[in-house]
Structures are given as C-alpha cells and as structure tokens.
Design a protein around this ligand. Sequence first.
Ligand code: UDP
Ligand code: MG
Length: 325
Amino acid sequence: MPGNTLYIVVPCYNEEEVLPETARRLGEKLRALIAAGKAGPRSRVLFVNDGSKDRTWEIVRGLHGGDGLFCGLDLSRNRGHQNALLAGLMYARERADMTVSMDADLQDDVDAVDAMVDKYLDGVDIVYGVRSSREADTFFKRTTAEAFYRLMGLLGAETVFNHADFRLMSRRALDGLAQFKEVNLFLRGIVPMIGYRTDVVEYRRGERFAGESKYPLKKMVAFALEGVTSLSVKPLRMITGLGFLIFLVSLGMIAYNVARWAAGNTVTGWASLACSVWLIGGLILLSLGVIGEYLGKLYLESKGRPRFLVREELGDQDGENGTEF
Ligand code: UDP
Ligand code: MG
C-alpha cells in the first residue's frame, strides 16, 4: 500500500469569518479519515496565510496552539491564490504522501475528500474535483465562469472543465509540479501537463458561507488572461492569421481602387479610406498589445524571482512517531 499521510492545504486571504468553521469541518473530516485508517496519523490541515490584513493568522496560530492537527504557513505578503497554494503544496511535499487543496470558504465539498483518498489508495496520482452543477453560484458568476473555460479552450489553454483548484495530488505528482519553474503560475493548466494516472470526483459546489469572494470580476479577468498567456502561444499565431487575412483583403482593395481610378472617380472613397485607417490602426495596436503581453511574461520569467517567501512556519511539533488522534 502507498504511504497515506494526508495534508489538506488551504490558502487563506482575509478569511477570519470562515476560518473557525472551516477548521472545525476539516478537523472532523481528517480525524474520521485517520480513524478509518485511510489517512496516516501524521496527517495535517495546513493553512497558508496569504498576507491577510485581518486576523486570519492569529486564528491559525490559535488553532495550531490548541490542536496539533492544524499547521500554518505565513507568507511574507499577499502573493495571490495560486502562489499561496503552491507554497502550501511545496511545504507539504516534504511531509505528506498526498495533498488535497481546497478553498477556505467551504465551497468545495469536504465530503468529496473521502472519494479522492479512495482513488489515491487505488493508485491514482491526481484526482480532480469537478463540480456537477453550478446551481449555487449567482447567474453572473456561472455565465462568466463558463465563458471563461470555453474561451480558454478556444485560445489553446487546456484545462479540466469546471475544475478549480480542489484536487488531490500524490507526492509523485507534486515532485513533477516542483519541476515547473514558471513564475506566471496557472496551476489548473499546469497540473494536467504532469500526467500520471488521473481521475475525477464530482461534487456539488456550495455557496461561500460567510465573507466575500476574494475574486471580483477584475481579478477574474486578470486570471483568465494569465491562464491563456501562460499556457498557450495561440494568440500570437492568431495575429499571424489575422495579418494574412488582412493582406488578402488589401489585395482586393487594391484591385478595387485601381478599377475606380481607371473609371476616373477617385475623390469619393474617403469614407472607406478613413475606415481602413482606423481598422488597421486598431488591429496593429491590438497585435502589438498581445505581443507585449508575451514579452512582459518573458521579462518576468527571465528574472526568476521567488514565487513566495515564508515568514513563519507552524509545523508538525510531534516526535518521529506522530500522534494518534
Ligand atoms: N485567496 C488567496 N489569496 C488571494 C485571493 C484569494 O489565498 O489573493 C484564497 C481565498 O482565501 C480562498 C481561495 O483563494 O480560500 C478562493 O477565493 P474565493 O473563495 O474568494 O474565490 P471564489 O470562490 O469567489 O472564486
Ligand atoms: Mg470561494
């Protein structure tokens, strides 16, 4: 049987309202898994504090002090969900045989973890949590999120449909992930590139039970752009296609203009001229913008800056043998 130490990794940004309840539910779940022999005695819940401005870290500290089941990682500042998650996963990689990543707001179904762990014990390396319906989301969130997945696919960024960052990863998969050095991080696009045996667990995504979404529309759009430009160069290729198409159109225009000139009325046509100047100008700017996006990425990647820095660790304090809970 493979090792079965489980770390549940939870990135938290200003989650003081939900954290006590989340800790209670996750603690309960993990204890049940340990009691059933599915997770090892050294399994932990790891909260990653992503530079919260509220009392999140104090709460994590309190949880850790009261119960060795809870661990914490305090990042030096806010680095965003993806980096916080990576920090947690890389920390857990050295201590766990499998990790389950989930949001702090209990939107991901805690009870789906059992099925994930079962699949891991059957030898699966990556188990994706896929939501079976989006009933609980607002109409706006649902339509924008679904458009997001479609657009991403269209632009060449392959992702698992309706899968966010609720997933189980084995240590082998995490070792694979550690070899992806990119600074522009889009985990749900990178994880499918790792390969190994994968499977899917369906769950119903609930509502955030307290607090506000930390992903307003502005962040969602930025996240979508990040996803596309990190995963695929298709937009660059589309520019080439666009350029070619416009070249063909301009050939037609030349033929048309020559014919008009031959017929002797060249003064009219100002409108079409003005239109094409605007159109071409706009397209050139757009294309330059897309190229600039990639150039900016290259610039950032070439710097190789650290993706996160850890301020404080609240780790597993127990001796080598672990504690039975
Ligand atoms: N999060 C984070 N850093 C950020 C923004 C969000 O660690 O800068 C965490 C947040 O605490 C939560 C998860 O990412 O655990 C998902 O955020 P949220 O639930 O607000 O997103 P939504 O479900 O609305 O898409
Ligand atoms: Mg949420």
